[in-house]
Design a protein around this ligand. Structure first.
Ligand code: MG
Length: 380
């Protein structure tokens, strides 16, 4: 049985990972689960999956949980608990399912131990892609993407030589605002932005999908995962979300990976790789779907996508600035403090104002992240 540590077990990816594990009995054993605050959701997970240890990042809530569950499992708390779990527990696969940039330090501990890193958390590669992929080589750790687009590309590349790749084509649904004009985007409500047509996901990523920053972050993620240049990563709008992404090879041939938009599929592939195991999830009925359509993304309207390409081109800490500014801006939007079209505006201000550092160390990345957050928090 493969042993699993899930960083972020109560978020959308964490819950889906446990669904996959539940549906493949006898294949996996849970070593550890971690949460920030949701001990109400963690408790039934402990009772069902019997992990050796859990980590609650919020220390007070961790103590509360300790009283409740007694000695069912070991309970660690705080950021240091996350790092200790990743650095010392016995597991084979580290599932990075947390939201945002907060999971970087524990992920690096798993990398140093040469583990399989099943990564849903794109921010890790956006802010520290150069460092993380370099360390994976040094420590013989393997990155297996969970993000559906990158899982699709990973699957298309199986059995292919890396130097035969001409370009990647990331598909994007276009989100809820695909048919709105740039002007209409200004007035969209939080509820409209949270109403994604195809995917059920957490709040942060759903807003990122509406602004197309999600695709922007995925371009940077793909650059590091697959070691390609910016010019080799294209985006095409594909509103049906059936083709999850494609690879175009040097002979002009294109391979695509298809399936229903369900995160359980890329999660299962990452956990069972290089095997494929049978499941009874709903199948894709192409005759019922009827047609698949494609169009070019509107970079004028979706400024976040353009900003992401620019940050990738600038390199250094520019993607870290992009990411931190976006996290703060999205949070402001979700709290009703700014309108939707301010999101790219604030990110642009941060990219213009905050100094870019080449080949940053981990400390430089943390500092850049912190400075950017403070800068954007003070803007309105
Ligand atoms: Mg994705």
């Amino acid at each position: 049985m493969k042993k699993i540590l899930i960083l972020g077990s109560t978020g959308s990816i964490g819950i889906n990972t446990l669904n996959v594990i539940r549906n493949l009995p006898g294949q996996f054993e849970i070593t550890a689960l971690t949460v920030n605050t949701r001990i109400d959701l963690l408790e039934p997970q402990i009772n069902e999956f019997r992990p050796k240890a859990v980590v609650v990042k919020d220390k007070k809530l961790g103590q509360q949980l300790k009283k409740k569950i007694q000695d069912k499992c070991e309970i660690l708390t705080g950021e240091e608990g996350l790092i200790e779990a990743a650095a010392s527990l016995d597991y084979d696969i580290f599932v990075g399912a947390m939201v945002g940039f907060s999971g970087l330090a524990p992920t690096l501990e798993a990398v140093k131990r040469g583990k399989i890193i099943a990564l849903a958390n794109k921010e890790t590669l956006v802010v520290a892609g150069e460092m993380v992929t370099g360390m994976c080589k040094d420590f013989n750790a393997m990155l297996v993407p969970i993000d559906s687009e990158h899982s699709a590309i990973f699957q298309c590349l199986e059995g292919e030589k890396r130097d035969s790749v001409e370009k990647l084509i990331l598909t994007a649904s276009g989100g809820p605002f695909l048919h709105k004009s740039k002007d209409e985007l200004k007035a969209v409500t939080i509820r409209e932005a949270l109403n994604h047509p195809n995917w059920k996901m957490g709040y942060k990523i759903t807003i990122d999908s509406a602004s197309m920053m999600n695709k922007g972050l995925e371009i940077i993620e793909a650059r590091w995962l697959f070691g390609l240049k910016k010019e080799q990563i294209d985006v095409v709008i594909h509103p049906q979300s059936i083709i999850h992404s494609m690879v175009q090879f040097c002979d002009g041939s294109i391979k695509a990976q298809m399936g229903l938009p369900d995160m359980k599929l890329p999660i299962q592939y990452a956990l069972t790789y290089p095997e494929r195991l049978p499941n009874n999830y709903e199948r894709t009925n192409l005759s019922k779907i009827g047609k698949l359509t494609f169009s070019a993304p509107d970079m004028e309207k979706f400024e976040c996508l353009r900003l992401a390409y620019e940050a990738l081109e600038a390199g250094g800490t520019a993607p870290c600035i992009l990411n931190a500014a976006n996290e703060v801006a999205v949070d402001k939007f979700l709290k009703g403090k700014i309108i939707f079209s301010r999101i790219p505006h604030l990110i642009n201000r941060a990219l213009e104002k905050i100094e870019n550092h080449r080949s940053p160390s981990l400390n430089t990345i943390y500092e850049c992240d912190k400075n950017t957050r403070e800068f954007v928090l003070a803007l309105s």
